[in-house]
Design a protein around this ligand. Structure first.
Ligand SMILES: [Zn+2]
Ligand SMILES: [Zn+2]
Length: 187
């Protein structure tokens, strides 16, 4: 039972950035056989998985892979960290991800009907895609540094968390002004 990691450097961009290969030859032939997995991939640090989201910590996975009637069940926890901008003030925030994973993987040549299953061929399972998908699906869309974040002034761009700007006085919406004029003419 061994876990292999490719020695060649993974590219820092593109979709295939995590390179984790597992030798599954011991479990694919025996129903009920299980493999403990403990993976630690640090070449992912600094990689942008999704626009605006950069991994800031190694990707760690611990769990097991079990052959259940020909379907490999991957069960475990995935942890990493990422950096993203606060969508209100554009400040950098760092967050943790702790994901419970449960995936089914079938031999690409088998006729097992398992919806949403990943596939493998031969004696090795590539975990890259499965792990990437799980991270991406668990990245929240809009992140704020704190719930109280005041964001940036729409006019001058000042960070309102650091104090108010001088734009406050004339906060009249020009749109509302012309509407007011429009209605006052009518009356
Ligand atoms: Zn903020
Ligand atoms: Zn301002």
């Amino acid at each position: 039972m061994s876990v292999l990691r490719e020695e060649k450097a993974a590219p820092r961009t593109g979709s295939v950035i995590i390179s984790m290969k597992v030798d599954i030859s011991d479990i694919t032939r025996v129903n009920g056989a299980s493999l403990d997995l403990s993976l630690h991939e640090d070449r992912t640090v600094g990689v942008q998985l999704l626009e605006g989201y950069t991994l800031s910590e190694p990707v760690r996975f611990s769990g097991n892979l079990t052959n259940m009637n020909g379907i490999l069940k991957l069960d475990g926890r995935l942890k990493t960290g990422y950096k993203v901008m606060c969508y209100r003030c554009l400040g950098e925030i760092e967050r943790q991800l702790d994901i419970t994973m449960l995936e089914s993987i079938v031999n690409g040549k088998s006729d097992i009907d398992e919806p949403d299953a990943y596939t493998y061929t031969g004696d090795y399972l590539e975990l890259d895609k499965i792990i990437e998908d799980n991270i991406i699906l668990n990245l929240p869309m809009k992140q704020v540094c704190t719930q109280e974040c005041k964001g940036l002034c729409q006019k001058c761009g000042a960070n309102l968390n650091e104090g108010s700007c001088s734009c406050k006085e004339d906060s009249v919406n020009p749109h509302m002004e012309s509407l007011k004029k429009f209605f006052s003419k009518k009356n």
